[in-house]
Design a protein around this ligand. Structure first.
Ligand code: XMP
Length: 513
C-alpha cells in the first residue's frame, strides 16, 4: 500500500538554538517536519511538499548587517507561516512593521496577555506564561496584522494576519517552559494551516519501507548489528521491506555485556527469522588485546580487528551492493546537506573500511531518537533492545583498565549485570543515561570471614545526560547503592570493594578509557 501523502512543515533555520526542538514538537503533533537552511529556494520548498513554514529564532538582530534573510519570494508563496522570535521580528520588518532595539531584554518566564480575537490562542487562557529570550522588540505590527498578545515589555508579543495566513510570536512555543506552547503550535498547524495529522508511526514505517524497496530493488543488502536500538530498528525495517534479501552480520567480539549475544540471536534469528551471520570472534579479539593497556591502542586494535572480520564476511557475500547504516536525523542536520551516501569512517564500532564498495541505505535518516524507539516498538523489537542504554563499540574493553583478559572480562560482566539489574529494579534505568561497572587495575586489602583478601574494586558509574556531550553523576539513592555494593561483593568472585564515581563530564568523560 502506498504511504499516505503528507504535507511537511519546513522549519527555516535562522541559526536557532531550538530548531530541532521545533521540528520535534511539530512531529509530536503528528505532522512531518524538517529543518532547512534559511536560504532555501522557493522551488526546493515546493519540491519538499511544504504545507506550512516556520521561521525559527536565531541569534541575530534583524538590523545587523548580514543578518540571515529568507529568499524574498518565500513569503509570496501563499504558504501559512509562523514566525518565532527572530522569525517574528523578520516577518514584522519585512512586511512593513517596526522592530526596535529597546534595550530591554526579556528573558525567561514572562506573563502574556491575549488581547484580541486570535486563531493561535483559540481556546486557550487569556493570561498565560510564556518563555522569552530576545533583545529586539516588535513595536508596531505591519499593515494587515492584528496584535493578539502583549507582555510588559513586548507591545506586539503575538500578531496575525489570517487573510495571508501569517502568524508571529515573540516567545518560544516549542520549549516546555511555555506550558500552552504545544496547543499554540497545534492551532497553527491544524486551524491556521489546515494540515492533517498524518505523521503516525504506521506512516513512518510504511514510508521507510517503501523508500528502501525503491532504493534496493532486488539486490542483496547487508546490515551490521551491534545490539543497540538504531541498528536493530534499521535491520527490522529493512527486513520488512525486502525480507530475505537482507543478511544481518553480528560480530561478537566477546566484549559485550551478559546475555547480549544470546538476545541478538533470539530476536533476529528466532523471532524475526532473519538471515543472521553470527561471527563468534571472541578469541580472536582477546588474542589481539593481549598485553595491550593503552586506551587508544585498545580502541584502535578493536576497531581494526572489527573491520577485518566484517570484511571477511562481506567478501563472501560478493553480490551484495548495499549496506544498512543506522544514521539518525540529528547526524544529518549536524553534517549539513550530505552528498550521495558512501561509507564514512565513523561507525558505531569504530570505523568500517573506506574502500568497501557499498552504497549506504539509511532508513532512519529522517528520524529522531525517540521516533526510532517508537518505530522499534511498533515493529516488535523487545523492550530490552528498544530502551537499552548507549554502549560503546569497543564494549567492556574500555571499562577494564589495564589488560583485557578472559578472567577480568568475566568479573566485569558479572558486576555490570548486578549494577544494571539494581538500577532497573529501582525504576531508574530509563531516567539514567548510562549506568555500568568499571574494573580498575588495582587491588586492595579486605577481610571476608576470617580471611584476608586482596582483590579488585568495582567502580559504579551512573550518569544523567541529554546527549552524552555533557553529563552529571546520577544521585542514586543510598539504598540502591547499598544493594549494588552488597551484591557485587558477595556474588562476584575476585571483588572485595565497591566505589562510586562522582565526576561529571567535563572534566571527566562518561567512559573510563
Ligand atoms: P565519553 O566517554 O567520551 O563517551 O564521555 C560519550 C558517549 O559515547 C559513548 N562512546 C562510544 N560509542 N563507540 C561508540 O559507539 C565508541 O568508541 C565510543 N566511546 C564512547 C559512551 O558510552 C558515551 O555514551
Amino acid at each position: 500500500m502506498a504511504a499516505e501523502k503528507r504535507d511537511s512543515v519546513l522549519v527555516i533555520d535562522f541559526g536557532a538554538q531550538y530548531a530541532q526542538l521545533i521540528a520535534r514538537r511539530v512531529r509530536e503533533c503528528r505532522v512531518y517536519s524538517e529543518i532547512v537552511p534559511h536560504d532555501i529556494s522557493p522551488d526546493e520548498v515546493k519540491k519538499r511538499g511544504a504545507g506550512a513554514l516556520i521561521f525559527s529564532g536565531g541569534p541575530s538582530s534583524v538590523y545587523q548587517e548580514g543578518a540571515p534573510l529568507p529568499h524574498p519570494a518565500i513569503m509570496e508563496m501563499g504558504l501559512p507561516i509562523l514566525g518565532i522570535c527572530y522569525g517574528h521580528q523578520l516577518l514584522a520588518r519585512e512586511l512593513g512593521g517596526r522592530v526596535e532595539a529597546t534595550g530591554i531584554r526579556e528573558y525567561g518566564k514572562t506573563d502574556l496577555d491575549v488581547t484580541g480575537e486570535s486563531l493561535l490562542f483559540d481556546g486557550l487562557p487569556l493570561h498565560q506564561m510564556v518563555w522569552m529570550s530576545h533583545g529586539d522588540t516588535v513595536v508596531e505590527a505591519p499593515e494587515g496584522f492584528r496584535v493578539t498578545a502583549t507582555t510588559a515589555s513586548s507591545p506586539v508579543a503575538a500578531m496575525e494576519d489570517p487573510r495571508r495566513k501569517l502568524y508571529g510570536v515573540q516567545f518560544h512555543p516549542e520549549v516546555v517552559h511555555t506550558p500552552m506552547g504545544k496547543e499554540i503550535l497545534k492551532n497553527f498547524l491544524f486551524s491556521a494551516a489546515d494540515l492533517l495529522p498524518t505523521w503516525t508511526m504506521v506512516s513512518i514505517i510504511e514510508q521507510a519501507v517503501e523508500e528502501v524497496r525503491g532504493q534496493v530493488g532486488d539486490s542483496k543488502i547487508i546490515c551490521g548489528l551491534s545490539g543497540g536500538v538504531d541498528s536493530a530498528t534499521a535491520a527490522v525495517l529493512v527486513h520488512k521491506a525486502v525480507g530475505d534479501q537482507l543478511t544481518c552480520v553480528f560480530v561478537d567480539h566477546g566484549l559485550l555485556r551478559k546475555g547480549e549475544a544470546d538476545q541478538v540471536e533470539d530476536t533476529f534469528r528466532r523471532h524475526f527469522h532473519m538471515n543472521l551471520v553470527h561471527v563468534k570472534a571472541q578469541e580472536r579479539f582477546l588474542r589481539r588485546l593481549k598485553g595491550v593497556t593503552d586506551p587508544e591502542v585498545k580502541r584502535k586494535t578493536i576497531g581494526e580487528e572489527f573491520i577485518r572480520v566484517f570484511e571477511e564476511v562481506a567478501r563472501e557475500m560478493k553480490d551484495t551492493h548495499f549496506l544498512v547504516q543506522g544514521t539518525l536525523y540529528p547526524d544529518i542536520i549536524e553534517s549539513g546537506t550530505r552528498d550521495a551516501a558512501r561509507i564514512k569512517s565513523h561507525h558505531n564500532v569504530g570505523g568500517l573500511p573506506e574502500d568497501m564498495d557499498f552504497t549506504l541505505v539509511e532508513p532512519l535518516r529522517n528520524l529522531f531518537k525517540d521516533e526510532v524507539r517508537a518505530a522499534g516498538e511498533e515493529l516488535g523489537l523487545p523492550e530490552e533492545i528498544v530502551w537499552r542504554q548507549p554502549f560503546p563499540g569497543p564494549g567492556l574493553a574500555i571499562r577494564i583498565i589495564g589488560e583485557v583478559t578472559a578472567e577480568r572480562l568475566a568479573i566485569l560482566r558479572d558486576a555490570d549485570e548486578i549494577v544494571v539489574e539494581e538500577i532497573k529494579r529501582a525504576g531508574l534505568y530509563r531516567e539514567v543515561w548510562q549506568s555500568f561497572a568499571v574494573l580498575p587495575d588495582i587491588k586492595s586489602v579486605g577481610v571476608m570471614g576470617d580471611e584476608r583478601t586482596y582483590a579488585y574494586p568495582i567502580v559504579v558509574r551512573a550518569v544523567t545526560s541529554e546527549d552524552a556531550m555533557t553529563a552529571d553523576w546520577a544521585r542514586l539513592p543510598y539504598e540502591v547503592m547499598e544493594r549494588i555494593s552488597n551484591r557485587v561483593i558477595n556474588e562476584v568472585k575476585g571483588v572485595n570493594r565497591v566505589v562510586l564515581d562522582i565526576s561529571s563530564k567535563p572534566p571527566a568523560t562518561i567512559e573510563w578509557e
